[in-house]
Design a protein. Structure first.
Length: 233
């Protein structure tokens, strides 16, 4: 019997080369603990979420646009919001409640405007992910996201000792992709058919990261963006 072999591609894969062949050993990072942590900036304050935050979080996240690319909502009542917080905590994530320190976009100081989470926390590998982020649309495009990321990244790199923080989003969520890129994160590629959406389709995921040696430049960029909001204010 004659066998037919498919021709080899003209574009053969070239194996990647270690970009850090002389890399030093990286210390094990510290796992974040919820007790007693408060991250305070000029505009926002972040503290670990508890089920007691359910009512304020539900009010902040009642707009249906928030849930286009996030599973879990909209939240019909306070009990559903409480169950959502409990579910996220049960995954070993650390969710943060975001409360305004100053008025933003007509929303008064003291109001909850969203939340974000540390997830995929791997202290042995000195990495974690920032994700499951949701804001009241009234603060989209405002100072809130850059300052929240400044606070979370500062805590991750400078207190916990992380070497990598990753951020990922649905390929359909172009607004989120642009927001992550504006942080100064590096685009790493797409993870094809990576995660199931609420509607049953399986999404491609766009992956970004920030490394510890990139952090000083990213930090400076975020501080500059926040300063520009201060000048406008």
């Amino acid at each position: 019997m004659t066998r037919y072999l498919a021709p080899m591609s003209e574009h053969r894969f070239v194996p990647r080369v270690d970009p850090r062949p002389d890399d030093r050993a990286w210390p094990v990072a510290t796992r974040p603990r919820a007790a007693g942590i408060v991250l305070t900036g000029e505009w926002v304050e972040l503290r670990p979420a508890t089920p007691a935050d359910a009512a304020e979080l539900r009010i902040a996240l009642q707009d249906g646009r928030i849930w286009a690319h996030i599973a879990g909502g909209p939240l019909p009542d306070d009990e559903a919001a409480r169950e959502w917080i409990v579910d996220v905590l049960s995954r070993g994530w650390l969710p943060w409640i975001i409360r305004l320190h100053r008025e933003v976009s007509g929303i008064e100081a003291g109001s909850v405007v969203g939340w974000s989470s540390f997830l995929d926390i791997a202290e042995a590998d000195a990495r974690l992910e920032i994700g499951n982020t949701a804001y009241d649309p009234q603060v989209w495009g405002s100072v809130v996201n850059p300052e929240c990321k400044l606070l979370l990244l500062t805590y991750a790199f400078e207190t916990l000792g992380m070497g990598r923080v990753q951020l990922k989003t649905d390929v359909r969520n172009q607004r989120s992709q642009e927001a992550i890129a504006r942080l100064g994160a590096t685009f790493e590629g797409e993870l094809r058919r990576y995660q199931r959406r609420v509607d049953g389709t399986v999404r491609d995921t766009v992956m970004f990261s920030i490394l510890a040696d990139e952090w000083p430049e990213v930090r400076a960029g975020l501080r500059g963006r926040i300063a520009s909001f201060n000048r406008v204010d």
